[in-house]
Ligand binder design. Sequence first.
Ligand code: IPM
Ligand code: MG
Length: 359
Amino acid sequence: MKTYKIAAIPGDGIGTEVIAAGIEVLESLAKKDGGFALRFEHFDWGSNYYLKHGAMMPADGLDQLKPFDAIYFGAVGSKEVPDHISLWGLRLNICQSFDQYANVRPARVLPGIDPPLKLAAPADLDWVIVRENSEGEYSGQGGRTHRGLPEEVATEIAVFTRHGVERIQRFAFELARKRPQRRLTLITKSNAQRHGMVMWDEIFARIATDYPDVQTDKMLVDAATMRMVLKPRSLDVMVATNLHADILSDLAAALSGSLGIAPTANLNPERKFPSMFEPIHGSALDIAGQGIANPIGTFWTAVMMLQHLGEFSAAARLMGAIEQVTSSRVFTPDLGGRATTAKVTAALCHAIEASRGHA
Ligand code: IPM
Ligand code: MG
């Protein structure tokens, strides 16, 4: 039987609550499936670790993670450690060092969920945002001089490489090709950002000729926000830079019902390094420790992890169970319900056990 080694990094805030829930669900799923096993190893890295050791993870942390098949990640962010330190010290460090350049963010309206956007049919909102995850506006380049003085200067440089742009756009075309609509929208801002984004457009036009079966169009990022709200059905897969997709993916999550359900995969498509799977929502310190965090984003993230591992029938079973639970409206407060994390998790495990096939 195939055994996958999964590194669990719950991190900060509600990260610890949702990852514990996710592991419980994944274990009941593996038991039900019977065809594979999951071996979790826990890493207590995060802001508390930083307060004790002065670093978000040990110096050889990346070496420790490398042999794993996947990383299941909760969230980082706490009051005691500045955000840019906690992020760059852990999550962004892993993303960049493991060349997880493709960040995939699906958004759709799950059954039972009442989205804030009025839709003719829930299926009208069914998108995947492909975010460039290794360079662009979050490359980490830039600096500050004359710190604290009136003449202080800070630069934040967006870096676009032909290699980086080509590979993310090809990835998006491949993904779009596998979806029923086969449509890919390039998100750009080449009217104002006249260097990197113009190259981004040119590369897209060239790659598009390799994918005649994918219908393409191009939107300026600001106009794209309007189109997402006013004509959601006209969009399918979107490919965008790190910053643009960061913003659009929060909008997508909110429009589809709640930030609490949105998943993310940080992929190294070449599989030279492990990929990392996490809910979008972050550490949500305002509700941490109350047992009311929505675990659905973490469960949906697990679906993406199973797909990446090639366990497609287990992934489908888990997605089916998620949809069954949302349609029976066992909701945490972010979705207007009163269920706890534990209650949603128990409902999920029950739906898995009751599902058809194997064991
Ligand atoms: C996200 C988050 C992070 C990101 C932040 C916390 C750096 O907003 O996953 O979208 O932009 O990568
Ligand atoms: Mg974000």
